[in-house]
Design a protein around this ligand. Sequence first.
Ligand code: ZN
Length: 259
Amino acid sequence: MSSIDIYYLVIFFILGTVLGSFYNVVGFRLPKGESIFRPKHSYCPSCHHKLGALELVPIFSYLFLGGKCKHCKKKISPFYPFVEMVTGILFAVSYYSFGLSWNLLISLTLVSLFSIVIVSDLNYLIIPDEVILLSILVIAFATLMKSDFSIFLQSLGSGTLLFGVMYSIMLLGDWMFKKESLGGADIKLMFVAGLALDPLLGAMVIFVSSVIALPVSLILYSINKERVIPFGPFIVAAMLLMFFLKVDVMRFLGLFLYR
Ligand SMILES: [Zn+2]
């Protein structure tokens, strides 16, 4: 690794933590129908004290303030710095995996989607449509730029196919369990999976997300029995995993093919 690579890794990590901080705001405010931009200032959720510049530094502010609001001394949820940290790390991993490329843009979009989805889906069981739509537009644009028009059409077809598959699973589940089994947002997320991945890897998202969701749900359920565990974060996590693996599989095959 050259020093320029390390420089970019640090830059992408910092960019990730700053955007992660913004995604906290998006994930907490959008599902409540609040504006992301007004009030412009971030505020303490318990005493509504406006946060100053030093209280807004991702991760560090939380550590310096000892996890408490400077004003009312109420505990700040560790969820905020956690999302900032995860976004920062995954931004750096994205750069490490893809370099400066259109795939990097797709990867950063999936990471952003993941961060917002864990905030909004875990707290409100809602994934805002705006967030999914924006992700689709950015990924579709990057797909068009990195390949030709026929590949772009294939990706759209792949998204539509997986959307249809997930929709059928929902109808089947609703009929079998006589209640709502999957959320509408989960189905829309499968369109994103099909768009970013090919149909096969996209289909694996359904399988992999279920495999990750099972142990995590059991643990969360044993801690808090009342809680409904949303499926959205697992779908996006699986999508991200498949997107990283796809390229690794290619590299792995490349080792044998181009020797
Ligand atoms: Zn406060």
